[in-house]
Design a binder for this molecule. Sequence first.
Ligand code: GCO
Ligand code: MG
Length: 403
Amino acid sequence: MRITHARIIVCCPGRNLVTLKLETDQGLYGIGDATLNGREQAVVAYLEEHVVPALIGRDAHNIEDIWQFLYRGAYWRRGPVTMSAIGAVDMALWDLKAKAAGMPLYQLLGGKSRDRIMVYGHATGRDIDGCLEEVERHVEAGYRAVRVQCGIPGIATTYGVAKRAGERYEPADADLPAEHVWDTAKYLNFVPKLFEAVRERFGDGLHLLHDVHHRLTPIEAARLGKLAEPYHLFWLEDCVPAENQSAFRLIRQHTTTPLAVGEVFNSIHDCRELIESQSIDYIRATLTHAGGISHVRRIAQLAELYHVRTGFHGPTDLSPVCMGAALHFDSWVPNFGIQEYMPHSEETEAVFPHAYRFEDGHFTPGEVPGHGVDIDEQLAAKFPYRRASLPVNRLEDGTLWHW
Ligand SMILES: O=C(O)[C@H](O)[C@@H](O)[C@H](O)[C@H](O)CO
Ligand SMILES: [Mg+2]
């Protein structure tokens, strides 16, 4: 099954999404997601100039060899741009192989380890009451797990909070980076009250998650972990930036709150120490940004040895293609934890017809051959690319901080 054509489709049905389509001499095609939010065109150029020309004529069945060719062969290993490009190729090749076998992708990975995939949704509010209403809405829709993010009194904009009630939170919302202001003291004094209010109203049964979005120092994260213990979070996410993997050892010494990290990771080397030192509980590196199924499978299998479970990143800046492939992976992976889910816009759903379905707080990946997600190229062409940037964060005195 030779690769004959490769196309990169960039569209913006509400947000920018990059899709790789590989066609073969057997008439089958495979699709991969190459979206790197706010840096989309860097991956497009990498694919167009350095990857696609080298793929034409290769046997699409040799997934591992193509992976090694693109990774080792590049000499310049790792990094989000390279690994997103490799991730898209790998995802498209697995899609092709499963289509050629006439099987849903999870079958090729080893079959199902579970009947359905638990997801967590995002409840956001400008204040605690607004956030509780959104939690309520999720509970009524069947969610078993909800991530809560809330406006912080005294801070004008807060990570993860939608502009208006009931709307989605979309981070890349400006042509050039918007500037937000951050204050750790205000945040730390406030956020335990949010957890307390959720537990008071919804009891202990709901899985409760929270994303710190890399804003604390290790000792501050340790304090938050301790403060959160009475509310038994499912996880505390990205409590510190994780370039320094040993920072998590310090946090771990102080708290039993489960820790999740890894949405910005792109390689097993970004999390090897975190996993081997048992400093985390959930690894969030996902298929698009971490080199596709072939590489994330290695991460998950290392993690399994150390009781670390998966909790894939799944916001709307990953396309339905990544979501579909991730749900097949989630169906198989023995050490599954949870899957993030933010509903895509109606336009995005129409551009990417898919077999996966939501019911009662869970997803099923569908039974069609491949990963079950397609792209309507004619419709995609109606939504041209628009530059959109993620914000930056400054402390109140103007110091640039982590976003
Ligand atoms: O947990 C999450 O879903 C993430 O933190 C996202 O909200 C990121 O901010 C976004 O993916 C950046 O592009
Ligand atoms: Mg996050």
